[in-house]
Design a protein around this ligand. Structure first.
Ligand SMILES: Nc1ncnc2c1ncn2[C@@H]1O[C@H](COP(=O)(O)OP(=O)(O)OP(=O)(O)O)[C@@H](O)[C@H]1O
Ligand SMILES: [Mg+2]
Length: 267
């Protein structure tokens, strides 16, 4: 479904590339997690897929979605693909919602970017979308402004937004880091339930190895802009090959021992 071939990305000419020579593919329905230390190039990679890198950034190699070269698409064609098939859950719910537009209207704009529907025709879809992600009283809450919702609710609204046009591929870059651990666990459960129901593919970026182990069938480990390991979760957990992966797992199990019962990994 999504395929990257030998992708290298440099923000500035003459500096060390943020991503070098990355190749990976994600099959339909597959759930892939990318882990790796801060600055290893995880977000840069997803921004390349979503064509949201700053102008002047150099991208080498090819990124294809269902055989179509994303880099070569016309802007209108890519916009269609984005509203129709590839959705993103952003990291920071407050920064990602428009503070002066009611959440229901923001959901409506996402629907209308994709389908020609009247305002009135969108209302039942919006309310169903909010109910689906566990927001109580959706007919009331759709009229709320983002600041009138809790952090967890705002993240639920963003998940509702990302799902409302029924994408085939969901890209989530640290979708729960802005939330406290209890809400994190609820949001992960919600995400997993939606994935199970819809069978979409997932590319999940996180520094939390426990989260990927729980949600993803495959783990990709990045370090210094390169993939150091890529394998099925069960194999990787049982028998990590690269010393860096072994380190990551060792650190994660120590963390679990210290916070048992509180993280996604330990639930
Ligand atoms: N807009 C930018 N301009 C210049 N350099 C950037 C930009 N964004 C990221 N970088 C650099 O690219 C490298 C990779 O950053 P990236 O944000 O992809 O890391 P990451 O793996 O997502 O880290 P984190 O886990 O902290 O989110 C870093 O060295 C970073 O400084
Ligand atoms: Mg990042």
């Amino acid at each position: 479904m999504l395929e990257l071939k030998n992708v290298s990305i440099s923000y500035r000419a003459g500096t060390k590339p943020a991503v070098s020579g990355v190749s990976l593919s994600i099959a339909a329905g597959e759930r892939v997690g990318i882990v790796g230390e801060s600055g290893s190039g995880k977000s840069t990679l997803t921004s390349a897929v979503l064509r949201s890198l700053p102008s002047g950034t150099r991208v080498d190699g090819t990124i294809t979605y269902r055989g179509q070269d994303i880099g070569a698409m016309k802007a209108t064609q890519f916009r269609e693909l984005r509203s129709d098939q590839i959705a993103r859950i952003p990291q920071d719910p407050l920064a990602s919602l428009n503070p002066v537009i009611r959440v229901g209207d923001q959901l409506r704009h996402v629907i209308q970017a994709h389908r020609k529907l009247s305002k009135a025709a969108c209302i039942p879809l919006i309310e169903a979308g909010l109910a689906e992600v566990g927001i109580p009283e959706p007919s009331l809450k759709r009229r709320a402004f983002p600041h009138e919702l809790s952090g967890g609710m705002r993240q639920r609204v963003l998940i509702a937004m990302s799902l409302i046009n029924e994408p085939d591929l969901l890209i989530a870059d640290e979708p729960t880091t802005a939330l406290d651990v209890t809400v994190q666990a609820q949001i992960l459960d919600l995400l997993q339930r939606e994935l199970d129901q819809r069978g979409m593919s997932l590319l999940l970026i996180t520094h939390d190895i426990g989260v990927v182990a729980e949600v993803c069938s495959r783990i990709i480990v990045m370090r210094n802009g390169e993939i150091v390991e890529d394998g099925q979760t069960v194999d990787l957990m049982a028998n990590p090959q690269h010393p860096y992966t072994q380190q990551l797992f060792a650190a994660a199990s120590m963390h679990d021992a210290n916070t048992s019962g509180k993280t996604g990994a330990a639930r």
